[in-house]
Ligand binder design. Sequence first.
Ligand SMILES: *Cc1c(COP(=O)(O)O)cnc(C)c1O
Length: 379
Amino acid sequence: MNIGFNKPYLTGKELHYIAEAHARGQLAGDGHFTKLCSSWLEQQTGCHKALLTHSCTAALEMAAILANIQLGDEVIMPSYTFVSTANAFVLRGGVPVFVDIRPDTFNIDENLIEDAISPKTKAIVPVHYAGVACEMDAIMDIASRHNLLVIEDAAQGVLASYKGRALGSIGHLGCYSFHETKNIISGEGGALLVNDMALLERAEIVREKGTNRSQFFRGQVDKYSWVDIGSSYLPGEIVAAFLWAQMQEAESITARRLAIWHHYHGAFKALEQAGRVHRPVIPVGCDHNAHMYSLVLHNLADRTAFINAMERQDINCVFHYVPLHSSPQGVVCGWVTGELSVTTDLAERIVRLPLWLGLENDLESVIGKMKNYLSKVFD
Ligand SMILES: *Cc1c(COP(=O)(O)O)cnc(C)c1O
């Protein structure tokens, strides 16, 4: 029995809705299912407007355009994140300024942000790692004192919250992902949450190839034309139809993921007390969504040995990220503030365990093999 790291979940209604999208006669974007998905996101998050995109990468690229990033403008973000967090701004000529992460949540260390601000700083991009919120009160306070935009990379944060507020709905803009490795999926997919009303009109234009097509369809202008820069950031109805099936089950998907997460968490408690692993830390006020379960081992050699030992027992565990500041492209286009020692250290020690719906049946046996290895190997 091979236990993969991830397995995309199907609710069973996806193909039915895709057929319905075709029967309705619209496969291009912004039809029936796109509207259902956007309203669901607006209700769930309380954002002013949700715009579906074809990925979180696309939502981040839109955010970079809306933030008016110009050549040499600086954007503060963690180095411990996915490439798109930085790439979106680099594409506009921006400079990612990498800041270290907190040793507990692996989120950007809010206490280091002010040291990274310069007259060229335009935005802060907090990444809610594993659906556990960044310290948003502190970050929003810094941003308002320095007049900076906050763009939340909430790719992993669907149905997670900070002090009762949905991730992605707190900054000026928020970006979600529905990639097949996330909790709620459409293969590739994403959304831009617009919280600052002043950015909405331009967001719609940028998403529609720089045209005012959305206003035209609402009857607000009598013809539509090219009015700004933009690209094609909207997904077709096939993707939205698939996503709608997932959204309808989003609460139960999250609940089932949380059950698996807590199962892991309880199982590794004794090993943590024995000093063999570190388990995830969830601060008070953060309701996470069980996007990920990870352990932190002692060093790179231990992690490699663990992953190999699990692979031999047909359990696929993985690690990430190669820190952006030390990646070939990051070295060329990014700047570093401080030592980034937590980032560098964590990247060598973290291991992510399988977490997907359907794993429940094999979970006891998976955990048994992991505990068996971890309790023996260091004796
Ligand atoms: C998955 C992810 C992205 C990219 O999402 P896509 O939808 O694949 O473009 C960006 N940032 C973070 C933190 C992610 O986990």
